[in-house]
Design a protein around this ligand. Sequence first.
Ligand code: SOE
Length: 387
Amino acid sequence: MNNIKVGMIGYKFMGKAHSHAYRDLPLFFPNTVHPEMKVICGRNPEGVAEAAKQFGWEEYTTDWKELIQRDDIDLIDINAPSDVHKEITIAAAKAGKHVFCEKPLALTLEDSREMLEVVEAAGVKHMVGFNYRFAPAVMLAKKLIDEGRLGDIYHFRAWFLQDWLIDPNFPLAWRLQKEIAGSGSHGDLGAHLIDLAHYLIGDMTEVIGMSETFIKQRPITTGTSGLSAGGSDENAEKGEVTVDDATLFLTRFANGALGSFEATRYAAGHRCTNSFEINGSKGSVIFDFERMNELQVYFTDDRDDVQGFRRVLATDPAHAFAENWWPPGHTIGYEHTFIHEVVELMEAFKEDRQPVPNFRDGVKCQQVLEAVDRSIEKRQWIKVSDV
Ligand code: SOE
């Protein structure tokens, strides 16, 4: 099959992660379809020109509408902030382009459903950027569950802890503005946990949540990037933070398991602690992204004298994607989750099927996000199927 010609919108944090994935993929995965880095798009002409040169794109543009109409583009990759996902997706799908969109898919459940409808009606491929599914240690957890090696699942507990908002003078970046980001830690970090829960455990039936915005006013900034929004200036004029700083919720899964979730940007000392623990009738697993090559595994039927958690390093050829990388024990990192994600997308082109996770998974995640929001508003349990 021919290469897939990519047009990418957005060139900051995720734009760089995706560019790197497109660039490295052919070197390590020679036997799949390969992406061609045709055009990168951004609002700031100097910024996008620089990114094109640095990341290795053939061309750049500041006009996404013109980009999606080009005949020499197969796939539109959306890395821009969440408030533009819907408009670009719909226009791109209607122009016959396949769409790869960062998470969260949309600002609202309703918007995400509309996006799904349009991509399905257009018959294009669609993928959503839940990259943490692609850590080989997470895929090992999935395999152990699917093979029944953890038995019946009782508990899924997950926490995504960051601390980049601890400084009260950290500016009012776009990630702190509801009209651009949709929500705060809930849609940014909680969305990853919800997707992991769907992937590993299955559907949720009901939820109840709580959330807080600890620092309600922050200095207004002209910077655009969410995580480095232009430095902190305590004398700058302040504006209102309109998203949650932390959101916690409880859930019941359709298979009977109980779940708990915590997403916060105020956990001092935690930079990117994306973790889960799963307890089943025959064993447990623990994952922590900051040690992403490892899965802690416990089996109840181990001999009495060696009972305990073992540390499995998911770098041997027995593990997902591992054969394409380095010899056993030579670990991989954050950027590799994006490369694996793009491998799945390229394999979907090769096999002419939808990639996973796709917009259906994006909508499912959005449904839980919204059910939690409703439960917080009403201060009661909400059935996920009711939203
Ligand atoms: C920032 O909070 C962020 O970069 C998220 O936007 C990502 O999705 C997550 O992977 C890490 O944290």
